[in-house]
Design a protein around this ligand. Sequence first.
Ligand SMILES: [Zn+2]
Length: 260
Amino acid sequence: MECSEPFLFKVPCESSIIVLSLDIVRGLFLPSQKIQVLNKCKKLPRGAVWQVRRCLRWIDPNHLEGIQYVELIDKLPNVKEKSPDWYKEVREKERGIYGWYNEQTETDCAGIVLHMPDLCNGIPRFLWWTTVPTLLIAKVLAHEVAHHLQFTRGYIFSRNENFKRDWQEEAAADRYAFELITRMRKNWSYWLGHEAILVTADTYYRLGVNRWKEKNYAKAASYWDKVMRLDSDHTYAAHWYWRALDMLESDQGRSRKPDR
Ligand SMILES: [Zn+2]
């Protein structure tokens, strides 16, 4: 998850945010937390906005103070000269982007952007109304909320924190998300959702192995990519994903060689 810098999709502050949400997006109002969920996707899985709202209810309302919107996008903005360095780097390496945090500035509200294709790609359609997407979205959302805490109050967990390196803040944000997921899993339906994620990831992994044996490296890589989206700790999938891409590249290289 990459984030922590102010970014391109900015939403104007105060009253204009309401006008914008009415005119442009299917924004939904969340009375309890006063956070707009703004859908800017052309095609969004059914229930995605509801899932985001459900995630927000799991997060301490005090920690959400100051966040004005959660924006759902399905197309990443082009890299521009003024884009943050992390964004340029991630796009150059073609790595996935799950979301980021937009800090409040003089002209823009604080908010969180979620890149839905990278978030949703591994979730089978029949699981969309379950706790599976809730857990996956909550993990990203909580991570970005941690960045919001760091930016607004200067710490995530305790005032003694002193992050000298970016990765230290990233690690703390991951821990914040992990603690939320742990709390959610104490509820039986979320425990079940977590088990469903692991079973689905394992199924995709095995399907990938089968495709690899058939030398269908593109399909194998596609399955293993889904595994990583569901279970970021699945090191086998990560390893074999890159191996499949290597094989694919060398296959294509061979097929481009002219006959002698
Ligand atoms: Zn981050």
